[in-house]
Design a protein around this ligand. Structure first.
Ligand code: NAI
Ligand SMILES: C[N+](C)(C)CC(=O)CC(=O)[O-]
Length: 341
């Protein structure tokens, strides 16, 4: 199977349910119609991204107010996307919200699932999506951490199910981590990676399942340590945020932690850095085990964030974040020719 071909429809134990409408699988670069299932923070962000890249998007979400919420999210994101540069044929009019899941996916050439992070729900939904989506069309889950092996357990044709893990907001943060499960066809993983690239994303394709993928594994280590420090009264929520925004975070937007630390070794680079600071790896700088998320810690973090927001509403913070990310992308020359980040 070549990289441009769609994944096989090879069946697992249960025979596949035939798709509702026969739609021939597209090559990743030829996809025009994308379905987004679940339209909250992340699903809505995906919708905005795909619209900005000129796709026709169908969206389905069971919440009664989902359509209104989605339009609000897309409208709020659009100015940032205009700044980045829209695809020639991009329009919010290309969005259709559907009354049923079946309508959303029946003509889709790619499906992005962004339903709540609950394993049973994901399992059932992915099996249903698999039954409703045209044969050979790749279905990706936005999950933040469930292995696809666990989520594909009930699907008739698990070969086309992949993880496509985005970062908030998916319309601005370029990275997507792509990985399959034990029963995923490797061609589906390659297809998804090529599709995301064509859709303007920066892709890491993983060849094995790792809990938390790569970036969340790193983020969670930081997050866990931050919660320990708040729980122990060692740092305030404000201290934690400032320590990153005025410290390592500034460098991380330009180089990752590896190259950044290579520069800590001066002319000797990473080798000198390891010789010099390697022993400190054994220092008790990390606690590793997660702290108990008890009421006191919960309240301290929530109140700390309210204080940090200093009266700014979430919508104001979203606009501020979007302006900041665009400025960083511009300043570091990371806006692609086609306007995608
Ligand atoms: N919030 C974040 O920063 C990130 C979240 N993710 C992942 O994205 C996924 C969605 O998370 P969020 O957007 O944050 O959650 P959210 O709570 O904002 O949105 C979830 C949406 O799914 C809808 N929904 C409920 N039941 C559903 C069903 N059976 N089928 C389809 N949709 C259903 C809800 O009405 C809601 O609009 C999760 O898997 C999460 O782990 C990934 C990256 C970042
Ligand atoms: C908090 N989170 C685990 C849902 C975060 C992510 O999955 C990625 C992100 O946007 O940082």
């Amino acid at each position: 199977m070549t990289e441009s071909s769609a994944p096989s429809n090879a069946s697992a134990a249960t025979p596949p349910t035939p798709p509702a409408t026969p739609v021939p699988p597209a090559t990743p670069e030829d996809v025009r119609r994308v379905a987004c299932v679940g339209a909250g923070v992340i699903g809505g962000g995906w919708v905005a991204h795909f619209l900005a890249r000129g796709y026709d998007v169908t969206a389905w979400d069971p919440a009664p107010d989902a359509g209104t919420r989605l339009r609000r999210l897309v409208d709020a994101a659009w100015p940032a996307l205009e700044q980045l540069g829209l695809a020639a044929d991009a329009s919010t009019d290309r969005l259709t919200t559907t009354a049923t899941l079946e309508e959303a996916v029946s003509e889709a050439q790619f499906v992005q699932e962004s339903a709540p992070e609950k394993l049973d729900l994901k399992r059932e939904l992915l099996a249903e999506l698999d039954a409703l989506t045209p044969a050979g069309v790749v279905i990706a889950s936005s999950t933040s951490g469930y292995p696809m092996t666990d989520m594909q357990a009930e699907a008739g044709t698990p070969g086309r199910l992949v993880v496509g893990h985005p970062f908030n907001p998916p319309y601005l943060i370029p990275l997507v981590e792509v990985v399959g499960g034990e029963r995923t066809d490797p061609a589906a993983v390659r297809w998804a990676s090529r599709f995301y690239e064509a859709a303007g994303k920066s892709v890491i394709t993983m060849d094995r399942e790792v809990p938390g993928f790569i970036a969340n594994r790193l983020q969670e280590a930081l997050w866990r340590e931050a919660l320990h420090m708040v729980a122990n009264g060692e740092a305030t929520v404000g201290d934690i945020d400032l320590s990153i925004t005025e410290g390592p975070g500034l460098r991380w937007a330009i180089m990752g932690p590896m190259l950044t630390f290579a520069l800590a070794g001066g002319e000797g680079g990473m080798a000198h850095m390891l010789d010099h600071f390697g022993p400190s790896l054994k220092s008790p700088w990390t606690r590793l085990e997660a702290p108990e998320l008890d009421r006191a810690l919960y309240d301290a973090v929530v109140t700390g964030c309210d204080d940090a927001a200093d009266g700014r509403a979430i919508a104001d913070l979203v606009a501020e974040r979007d302006r900041g990310v665009i400025a960083v992308l511009r300043a570091t020359g990371r806006l692609r020719q086609d306007g995608a980040a």
